[in-house]
Ligand binder design. Structure first.
Ligand code: NI
Length: 167
């Protein structure tokens, strides 16, 4: 297993739209393992393949407190949405900055697991927000795209400041 390099904004590769996964082979298995390892190492609750420059429609997620609920979503599709919820989001591609984002409260998702088996599950709260955030990544969308211009500019200034301090 290997921890992968996470692309950081404004890397253009974060804008690439991912392609559906068609082959469940050893390479895919390794990529999923690496995604999990990278997510846990970087203390994220979700990580999309796009963020590690793999442009396949898949992401991993674990929103549990003790990191005991690893979930892998391949070719995910939201098939039902209900309500609205505002919650604070962060992203490993935007280290150190957070913003309130309005999303659908409850969703139902159809996807394949790492074995290629069809799954369908309902999510709410943090998990629902996370699934929507990660599916956005697969479409080249990041959480700052949901903010007003003013809030986005403010957040990007803060991000630049953090990046300068990190040098
Ligand atoms: Ni993210």
């Amino acid at each position: 297993m290997a921890s992968l390099f996470v692309l950081v904004y404004p890397d253009d590769r974060l804008r690439i739209k991912a392609e559906p996964v068609l082959q469940f082979n050893a390479q895919l298995k390794q990529e999923i393992k690496d995604l999990f390892e990278t997510m846990y190492e970087d203390h994220g609750v979700g990580l999309a393949a796009t963020q590690v420059n793999i442009h396949k429609r898949m992401f991993v997620m674990d929103c549990s407190e003790n990191k005991s609920t690893p979930l892998c979503f391949i070719n995910p599709e939201i098939i039902y949405s209900e309500g609205e919820a505002l919650s604070e989001e962060g992203c490993l591609s935007f280290p150190g900055v957070y913003a309130n984002v309005s999303r659908t409260a409850k969703i139902r998702v159809k996807y394949l697991n790492e074995l290629g088996e069809a799954q369908e599950r309902a999510f709410e709260n943090l998990e629902s927000m996370c699934v929507q955030h990660e599916i956005d990544h697969l479409n080249g969308i990041t959480f700052i795209d949901h903010l007003s211009n003013l809030k986005r500019v403010r957040l990007l200034k803060k991000l630049q400041k953090q990046q300068r301090q990190a040098l």
